[in-house]
Design a protein around this ligand. Sequence first.
Ligand code: ADP
Ligand code: TZP
Ligand code: MG
Length: 265
Amino acid sequence: MTNTIPASRFLTQMRARAPLVQCITNYVAMNIAANVMLAAGASPAMVHAPEEAGEFAGIAGALTINIGTLSTQWIAGMEAAAKAANAAGKPWALDPVAHYATGFRRDATRSLMGLKPAIIRANASEIIALAGGTGAGKGVDSGDSVEFAEQSAILLARQHRAVVAVTGEVDFVTDGLRSAHIHGGSALMPKITALGCSLTCLVGAFVAVRPDAPFDATIAALATFAAAGTEAAKLAEGPGSFQWRFLDALAALDPAALDATVTTA
Ligand SMILES: Nc1ncnc2c1ncn2[C@@H]1O[C@H](COP(=O)(O)OP(=O)(O)O)[C@@H](O)[C@H]1O
Ligand SMILES: Cc1ncsc1CCOP(=O)(O)O
Ligand SMILES: [Mg+2]
């Protein structure tokens, strides 16, 4: 076992600290992501305007940046925030939603990657394309298996000295040397829009509390989603009831449920 810190301990610490996280996320995700953060025990703030995003990054414990609904103004806010987070020694996580779809997204992602995210969290098609490969993604949705993206993730982690998290049926996390799989969740999760975006915000909450351990913190965030997703699916009748049951499951989650979802290598 290379994972020295159990995921359960991270959730307990995160809830005790309720870290303030600056989430620059998309219009689709803002509401559900903020609710996911509150249910899990964190304190989200959706602050993206270029006039204040950099200042706020100095206050928050961590920053997350998601390019889902991009515009020139938003890119200015993202870059100001990432630079300020770096200057303040705060970790930040990137969610490159559908970065392969247009030149605008590709350029923005290239420049954000240059600002050294500590963590990259994306679906399999996004990770494959980020490493220079060709995936089968359709817009924001993945068309590839996580397994197919694992080598791309390791390559990216080594190139960028970042933790890379690929999500899907079984998640994969690597820092280029170590890796872990996270099992659980539900096939209903990709049927709820912006759950992946919400997870990226939650990664920010865990790494805010343990900036010294981004690999383990990322695993803990994914394990939290997997355990809550498994629980919510037990009584869900479809995507609608799954969504509210997922929030309830996050809030009620017993940290002990996390550890069984993680296998390390
Ligand atoms: N088929 C599946 N079975 C179980 N969990 C899943 C499945 N697909 C996605 N998830 C979970 O849904 C969450 C969002 O991941 P994903 O759908 O890959 O991201 P995105 O929304 O960015 O495409 C993650 O916690 C992931 O583990
Ligand atoms: C549908 C949509 N369109 C632009 S961003 C977005 C949300 C994507 O969310 P996720 O990556 O979590 O599926
Ligand atoms: Mg996504």
